[in-house]
Design a protein around this ligand. Structure first.
Ligand code: ADP
Ligand code: MG
Length: 271
């Protein structure tokens, strides 16, 4: 797996039509996920996390902007080409546990099916189920397992055969600390050992802390990013910076004077 197997998304806009008007779920988001790293997408409910993940996984297409997956632009592909690429390269964990597993197949059968789809040897299942403590659950149906076990099985399903990209939507939201820790271990291991790009939407401080890169969304835009623990505000490709709401409140008429000091590369914002 090489560098071209990362995800890049540029200037993503997603508008949903609704009965009572349209919703701008994403307003120009740029993000790149490198192989071998875990990227966390944080932000309040409704900020666009799930939408961004669906676009990055090529489940949906953006209204404008581009997504490249495994070095290929997916926005110009036919739905069929997109599905084929997704099946080979993306492991996806949906937010709702019931969306991840087929009710009538045992966990072992589902993992074998995924191995076959990804054209990897069935022995690829072993390391993943060991790591997630699922080895003695392979004969169980999803309905015979706890919520935590089902979510671990969903992570296992996404990770079998080490796809280049693993995308998980709040996978630890309903898990206890110990299981969250296992899921973090699995994500780090898949990223490091198999050079996968792992992207995970989350509210969980442990998931954010252990990610290589955290991106904070607000109202469909990237407000800031954290690399190695240091948070930086993001300037989008048209030069816009998103201020936190408490700072925005300092400028009630939303008009400011900008002063630039080229000597020190400093910007001063004044009412
Ligand atoms: P998050 O995952 O951060 O909670 P979402 O991506 O689910 O945010 O939603 C972002 C915004 O887009 C919300 O206002 C949500 O109501 C809207 N939205 C998401 N999916 C759809 C859809 N399929 N149809 C209409 N609006 C949607
Ligand atoms: Mg969501």
């Amino acid at each position: 797996m090489s560098v071209e197997l990362a995800i890049t998304a540029s200037a993503l806009i997603k508008v949903y039509g609704a009965d009572r008007g349209v919703v701008q779920a994403l307003r120009g988001v740029d993000v790149a996920a490198r192989p071998g790293t875990v990227t966390a997408i944080a932000g309040p409910s409704g900020s666009g996390k799930s939408t961004l993940l669906r676009l990055m996984a090529a489940i949906e297409t953006p209204t404008a902007g581009d997504v490249s997956l495994a070095g290929v632009s997916v926005t110009t592909m036919s739905p069929r080409q997109r599905r084929a690429l997704r099946r080979r390269t993306v492991g996806y964990v949906h937010q709702r546990p019931t969306d991840n597993l087929l009710p009538d197949l045992t966990i072992g059968e589902q993992l074998s099916l995924v191995a076959r789809h990804r054209q990897v040897d069935p022995s690829a299942i072993g390391p993943v189920t060991d790591l997630l403590g699922l080895t003695d659950r392979l004969g169980h149906l999803p309905g015979e397992m706890s919520g935590g076990e089902q979510q671990r099985a969903a992570m296992a399903r996404a990770s079998v055969g080490s796809p280049a990209v693993i995308i998980a939507d709040e996978p630890t939201a309903e898990l206890d600390r110990a299981t969250t820790h296992q899921v973090c271990d699995l994500m780090a291991q898949v990223a490091q050992d198999r050079s996968a790009a792992v992207v995970v939407a989350t509210h969980d401080p442990e998931v954010m802390e252990r990610a290589d890169h955290v991106l904070f969304l607000r109202d469909g835009a990237v407000q800031s990013e954290t690399f190695e623990g240091e948070e930086r505000a993001v300037i989008d490709s048209t030069g816009r910076i998103q201020l936190p709401p408490e700072v925005l409140a300092w400028y009630p008429d939303q008009r400011v004077r900008l002063e630039f000091d080229p000597e020190t590369n400093t910007i001063v914002i004044k009412p």
